[in-house]
Design a protein around this ligand. Sequence first.
Ligand code: TYD
Length: 207
Amino acid sequence: MMKGLFITFEGIDGCGKSTQCELLKDYLKANGKDFIFVREPGGTVIGERIREILLDKKNTQMTARTELLLFEAARAQITEEVIRPALEEGKTVICDRFFDSSSAYQGMARGMGMDFVAGLNMAATGGLEPDVTFFFDISVEEALARRGKRGEASDRIELAGMRFQEDVRTGYLELAKNSNGRIVTVDATLGIEEIFDAVMKTLEGKI
Ligand code: TYD
């Protein structure tokens, strides 16, 4: 039986979820809560090495199947090494991306199939699911404009293009619809403070 609360943040590239993660971390710190923050892919020594392979622009030969299995491998590691133990100790766990990313990016956008990916997600996590998932929803155009402003260099996945990001968004919308309330869709075109208010409203009484 897990004692801690497991919260995940999701959305297309440039949706602003990292900013919201920072705000939630600040809030938890200021209120003396026991929490950990991790990101996917990564968050463990093995996971960070897998992350390098996944995001390296030189790896143009990587097949969709390999990509999916590498994400799942990194996930298996962080789930067992970091997330489960923290939850068992009663800590709140915030994860910047978790298995919904694989469903949306690899399942929908790369065409591997959402059901197929759901099975692998299950295998990687041993059935662990987030208690609450925030999906920060924004159009591809707006997300791109934001990223352009920040002047960030694109990684291998981000370079896949606008059509790809559209498909990722479609994947997330479908997941949210079928999540039985686990996935909370937040309008990511609102101001930073308004978005954070929406997040906190959902978490009220839970953290
Ligand atoms: P990252 O730099 O962490 O992006 P972000 O700040 O947007 O989270 O890179 C992660 C990239 O990997 C991002 O483009 C999403 C993608 N990704 C997948 O395609 N599948 C997955 O299962 C995960 C976790 C991430």
